[in-house]
Design a protein around this ligand. Structure first.
Ligand SMILES: Cc1cc2nc3c(=O)[nH]c(=O)nc-3n(C[C@H](O)[C@H](O)[C@H](O)COP(=O)(O)OP(=O)(O)OC[C@H]3O[C@@H](n4cnc5c(N)ncnc54)[C@H](O)[C@@H]3O)c2cc1C
Ligand SMILES: *[C@@H]1O[C@H](CO)[C@@H](O)[C@H](O)[C@H]1NC(C)=O
Ligand SMILES: *[C@@H]1O[C@H](CO)[C@@H](O)[C@H](O)[C@H]1NC(C)=O
Ligand SMILES: *[C@@H]1O[C@H](CO)[C@@H](O)[C@H](O)[C@H]1NC(C)=O
Ligand SMILES: *[C@@H]1O[C@H](CO)[C@@H](O)[C@H](O)[C@H]1NC(C)=O
Ligand SMILES: *[C@@H]1O[C@H](CO)[C@@H](O)[C@H](O)[C@H]1NC(C)=O
Length: 620
């Protein structure tokens, strides 16, 4: 009897150790260490860590499908294709699986920006935005690892306006992209939990039972209520922005499970790693796609732990390396603008406008007001206790999660132009390092006020166009990212952000916010001292200083009707002019999403997996 009892105790002890249950102490250590590591991290400036030591190309066998990039979209495709027992699927991912620590904690996952989970890209020096950061180079966070950019993003579940998908459908001449036709894919991956009874929810538009848990943050906090009340007082309706209509004020829906972050790898890949037909090979950096003489994508070259390999794809290569790296890999493989490739000495296989159109949203963070809103008196230990119960401020990437999607200038009929996010707090030492703020920008705007209600603004549908180009023909060089924000000649883009600032001032003046005595308390910026403080010219100057990336880039491998219109892939995401190669990630969207991009990427993964399954199974 006692032997059995002891055995049970012993076994449960082992299980406990193996499953290393989170405790307040262990998580406190995880957080403190992540912050320290992040402060000390040396951000890479190229991909030379992946250079092979042995340059003899070794054979890595053959798979039906080789997916390049196990990111947001790639994770979904790997998951769905490997449901077919007949398919063999290989995922080549440069990074690793998510760690079991800080990346689970929504509030602290941004420490991952300064870690190996981020590529550490920066833009080329800018002249019309990012002027408040060192060298005028915007940081350009892109996730590296299984789950991709969802490893360190804001967790906001947002599809954008239904109308944007109808615009895509018309653009590409294929009604399967219209909102009515893709809604089923959004629903398929979603497992919606209505955790905040006060939040309006349009249940017809949500899915239940999918792999991605979606919920509202719990508990709701008072700042959220004030923000929504202020919206109402300005006549802005409060609604479910993922329902019939996108515009309005809202309580944000986030993809978390019991308050823990849910990246695409954890949601879509990890549960299926035991499938024998699925192999996820991390630490694998793809340098090139190889074509045969009939222009069929035949194999993929990648490096892994000092060696270089070639793997065959007997059915298809699926490129899911994201809006920055997918165009880079195509160009390295000879698919891109002829002039650019020739200049770099790359043999041209197909002359396509890869990377010629880079669309992204500029945003400003931390537009700050002092107030009488009480600061939290919770210690980190107490926050962790809440977190272990699935609630509290650690469960949210922003604290308040009050959000408005608004149409400002009415030039984009049916779409949203502006997003306003209400938050609590001000940038600290780590933010300064992460973003690279110039000392004077930081000191003048945020240095003196530690506790504040702050607003982030984003222009969701700007007209400025940037580019992705190669720096050289060397696959271990980072590509050149030029977002070119706020560069349109008529200043239409900056005007939307300016209108956004005016709106924030009107919100601050509402009875709801007057209760907490909101006072704009930043600046003036000496970089803008030639303009009277708070004049329109001052705000334009200010916006060019503080506007950074909202990190939602699309269109670098744009979907369209034909190659002659500048498109790179057709409506089934097949690259024009070659065979056996699709691109599937944010880069294929021909125009911006007037919202956030992760969930649309998950939808793309679901949709294209269906297309591919139909193509290669008898059922199709
Ligand atoms: C800070 C931040 C906050 C954000 N907040 C939100 C939000 O709240 N809500 C939202 O919806 N969206 C948000 N986004 C945007 C969203 O996360 C991305 O648009 C989306 O995840 C992109 O998915 P993807 O599949 O296109 O690429 P990714 O998810 O970036 O996947 C690409 C993958 O390819 C891999 N890869 C690249 N090159 C190679 C190579 N040569 N060899 C092998 N592998 C390679 C990468 O490591 C990566 O894993 C945010 C983004 C950032 C940066
Ligand atoms: C490189 O790898 C090949 C194949 O495994 C091996 O034969 C060769 O000796 C290696 N070269 C070096 C320099 O290690
Ligand atoms: C966490 O939840 C448990 C069980 O519901 C409860 O007893 C406990 O008081 C909660 N702790 C905190 C810190 O809220
Ligand atoms: C900014 O200030 C910090 C600390 O005061 C200092 O170490 C750093 O060199 C300064 N950077 C620049 C660019 O002036
Ligand atoms: C509101 O804030 C301003 C500026 O900080 C301050 O001068 C004023 O006394 C405050 N009023 C109240 C009622 O707190
Ligand atoms: C799977 O492969 C087997 C053997 O090649 C074949 O008989 C079967 O029809 C295939 N199934 C599907 C769904 O394609």
């Amino acid at each position: 009897m006692t032997i059995v009892k002891n055995l049970i105790i012993f076994v449960s002890l082992i299980i406990k150790i193996v499953s290393s249950e989170d405790t307040v102490e262990s998580l406190e250590n995880v957080i403190n260490k992540a912050v320290q590591d992040s402060l000390n991290y040396v951000v890479p400036t190229d991909a030379r860590r992946y250079k092979p030591k042995n340059t003899t190309i070794k054979d890595y066998g053959s798979y039906d499908f080789v997916i390049i990039g196990g990111g947001t979209t790639g994770s979904v495709i790997a998951s769905r294709l490997s449901e077919e027992k007949n398919f063999t699927v290989l995922v080549l991912e440069a990074g690793e699986f998510a760690n079991d620590g800080v990346l689970k904690i929504p509030k602290y996952a941004f420490t991952g920006w300064r870690s190996d989970y981020n590529w550490g890209f920066k833009s080329i020096p800018q002249t019309t935005a990012c002027l408040g950061v060192v060298n005028n180079q915007c940081v350009y966070p892109r996730g590296r690892g299984v789950g991709g950019t969802t490893l360190m993003n804001g967790l906001i579940y947002d599809r954008g306006s239904p109308e944007i998908y109808n615009i895509y459908a018309r653009h590409v001449g294929d009604d399967s992209w219209s909102y009515d036709n893709i809604l089923k894919y959004f629903k398929k991956s979603e497992n919606f939990h209505w955790t905040n009874p006060k939040a309006p929810v349009d249940l017809d538009y949500h899915g239940k039972g999918g792999l991605l848990d979606v919920q509202q943050q719990v508990p709701d906090i008072r700042l959220n209520e004030l923000f929504l009340q202020a919206n109402r007082e300005l006549g802005i309706p409060i609604k479910d922005y993922n329902g019939r209509e996108h515009l309005g004020g809202t309580i944000v829906q986030i993809y978390t499970r019991n308050g823990r972050r849910l990246d695409a790898g954890t949601a879509f890949v990890k549960p299926f790693l035991n499938r024998r037909n699925l192999k996820v090979l991390t630490s694998s950096y793809v340098t090139k796609i190889v074509f045969n003489e009939r222009k069929v994508a035949e194999s993929v070259i990648f490096t892994n732990r000092g060696n270089i390999y070639r793997v065959k794809a007997s059915k298809e290569v699926i490129l899911s390396a994201g809006s920055v790296s997918s165009p880079q890999i195509l160009m390295l493989s000879g698919i891109g603008p002829r002039k650019h490739l020739k200049k770099l000495g790359i043999k041209v296989l197909e002359d396509l406008e890869v990377g010629t159109k880079f669309l992204d949203q500029p945003g400003t963070k931390n537009f700050m007001f002092t107030s009488t809103y009480p600061s939290s008196t919770q210690t980190l230990k107490q926050q962790i206790q809440d977190f272990l119960n699935g609630t509290g401020i650690l469960t949210s990437a922003t604290i308040s999660q009050g959000d408005s999607f608004l149409r400002m200038l009415y030039k984009n009929r049916g779409l949203s132009d502006l997003e306003v996010i209400c938050d609590l707090g001000s940038p600290g030492e780590l933010d300064v390092k992460t973003v690279g703020w110039k000392n004077e920008t930081y000191q003048e705007l945020w240095g003196k006020n530690k506790l504040a209600v702050s607003f982030s603004l984003r222009h969701l549908y700007p007209i400025s166009v940037g580019t992705i180009r190669l720096k050289s023909s060397d696959p271990y060089d980072y590509p050149l990212i030029d977002p070119n924000y706020l560069s349109d000649e008529k200043n239409e883009d900056i005007e939307v952000l300016y209108q956004g600032l005016q709106l924030v001032f009107r919100l601050a003046e509402t009875p709801a916010f007057r209760k907490i005595n909101m006072t704009y308390a930043s600046g003036p910026l000496s970089a803008c001292k030639e303009h009277p403080f708070k004049s329109k010219k001052y705000w334009y100057c200010f916006l060019r200083q503080v506007s950074l990336t909202a990190a939602h880039p699309v269109a670098t491998c744009s979907m369209g009707r034909s190659r002659h219109s500048g498109a790179v892939v057709d409506s089934e995401l097949r690259v024009f002019g070659v065979k056996g190669l699709r691109v599937a990630d944010a880069s294929v969207l021909p125009k911006l999403i007037d919202g956030h991009t992760a969930v649309p990427c998950i939808m793309i993964g679901e949709k294209i997996s269906d297309t591919i399954k139909k193509r290669y199974t008898r059922r199709g």
